[in-house]
Design a protein around this ligand. Structure first.
Ligand SMILES: [Zn+2]
Length: 171
């Protein structure tokens, strides 16, 4: 496994943990060779079927799992046969990173286009127009509203965007 694969694995695990929780990670780590029903997974893993289902649908929402419905010939019940899409991890990661990047870019745009004032005691952050209406006085504590320099904050966000770009280039 090269370094790039390790990074992908680390990021995908973080994503699964956040979206599908610990059970999602356990299912991901199962690496089943064939399709399994949620019930079979529940038995193999010793985890409540409802938790298994919740995690599977979360993985499905991410695009990391898919299912096939099949009627059981004996019982007549509809069974869900699940397949974990390990082959999709880079694609999913790329999509998620691009989503985060877009949000960060919007934040940079917003912070760059709007001048903010902040209470000297840290109670409130308001836009310039609002600060003027308030006569630069904090509505909560009466302190002075001071010009908020967001240059550093914007630089930090830009650095984050750069890191994401580097990751995307590696994917
Ligand atoms: Zn205040």
């Amino acid at each position: 496994m090269n370094k790039n694969n390790e990074k992908v694995e680390e990021l995908i695990r973080e994503l699964i943990d956040r979206v599908a929780g610990g059970v999602g990670l356990i299912i991901w780590d199962m690496r089943p060779k064939e399709e399994l029903t949620d019930e079979e997974m529940s038995i193999i893993l010793g985890i409540e079927i409802n938790e298994v289902r919740r995690a599977l649908f979360a993985l499905y929402e991410l695009g990391l799992a898919e299912y096939r419905r099949k009627r059981d010939e004996d019982t007549g019940w509809i069974e869900y046969y699940w397949k974990i899409r390990y082959d999709k991890q880079r694609e999913v990661l790329r999509r998620e990173l691009e989503k985060v990047k877009r949000k960060l870019e919007e934040k940079v745009k917003y912070e760059s286009e709007n001048i903010h004032y902040m209470c000297e005691n840290g109670c409130v952050k308001v836009r310039y127009e609002e600060a003027m209406e308030l006569n630069f006085t904090c509505p909560r504590c009466g302190g002075t509203l001071e010009y908020l320099d967001v240059t550093n904050a914007i630089e930090k966000i830009k650095e984050e965007i750069k890191k994401i770009d580097e990751l995307l280039a590696e994917l």
